[in-house]
Design a protein around this ligand. Sequence first.
Ligand code: 4AD
Ligand code: MG
Length: 432
Amino acid sequence: MKWLYVEELRNHIGEEVELRGWVWNMRSSGKIHFVQFRDGTGFVQVVVEESSVDPKVFESASKLRIESSVIIRGKVIEDKRSPYGVEIHASDVTPIQIPDEPYPISKKDHGIDFLMSYRHLWLRSRRQFHILKIRNAILTAIRQFYKARNFTLIDTPIFTGAIGETAGNLFELDYFDYGKVYLTQTGQLYLEAACMAFGKVYNLGPTFRAEKSKTRRHLIEFWMHEAEVAYYEHEDNLKLQEELVSYIVKYVLEHAKDNLLALGRDISKLEKVEPPFERITYDEAIELLQKNGLNVQWGDDFGGDEETIIASNFEKPVFVTHYPRKVKAFYMQPDPKRPEVVRCADLLAPEGYGEIIGGSQRIHDYQLLLERLEEFNLPKEKYQWYLDLRKWGSVPHSGFGLGIERTVAWICGLEHIREAIPFARTLYRIYP
Ligand code: 4AD
Ligand code: MG
């Protein structure tokens, strides 16, 4: 008999098949067991009827509990009410393991701390299934986007000898005789080296920030996708970003629509996401915030509240450009007409999800970069390799970093970023 996955069943109506998976719920009426079955690709109802199976089979099915593992054989019957269009009428039930204890995650409302402590089991629930399937689609979309544009994937290191972004939230470690090194905050500096070798490059990997703030947008370990392109200036950079984000949303709508609907996501909001995105300057953003009654002054950085208010004025993601250089990282290219602001942009997601991308044009002049390193008190010797890039064949170049979990949270419509990653690392949690 053929072993099939739930996602394949629709094309096998009327056939006898084998399914291997788990019981996520169960209900019995004495003569019929309704087994809610899952196998990692989907969920389906299995009906075990006393009158139509061997008594031993019915007896085996009676022993099943929540999260028993089980192999089921049966006939695929069309069922229009099911999201997969089918249910299974069982002929054979083989339990693989039957738990001795009741499953800790029951239907009653558990607090979030409880659920996070059982994250290793919580992953099996339907909501988490749909979220992480969408995450999977987002990561696939990113890879496809760059494949179609012939970018080269460059895997940047996790251990770094120099600060990549900001001194405020670094994880320090001892590295043999070398002394202090850091867990990477960004692969950007290495992508800058790589873009001078490969022209257009990207990465996708974990990054680390010792964020002391406990917000619904911050993780300690999060995944970032970054891109860097030689000869790209500010406006080229924004175009690439709006095309990428629109591609991701479109891909998810095409390939994971059922998952979005299962989460109750309002899809009409996502369908509006296509280029071009509006651009407003930091100056305009300040004005907009002041009009909304916020007490912000030119020179202040924006936090979650400011970002939410700005974004609420737009239906699509919006770029905020040209921040004061004092609130941004050392490597950003000053605007030639106004050196107190830099050629950068944050992309703010709609519906209160805040910044999903940070990017900029980079300083390509050796002397100016050297001045910035001094201004930021960064040790020149640790950055000699980075300065070298400005000594040989330096060109204007630009890039950006997209936070994967923030993007997942926005596309799924999650309240908190901790559900957007399989095993979240937050200020107070590293278990499981
Ligand atoms: O804006 P950030 O700090 O930019 C950089 O690191 C640049 N070096 C990227 C580049 O130009 N190559 O971080 C980029 C994105 C943010 O927009 C946000 O989406 C996400 O990374 N991010 C976080 N996500 C979750 N938890 C945190 N603590 C995050 N910090 C940043
Ligand atoms: Mg940022």
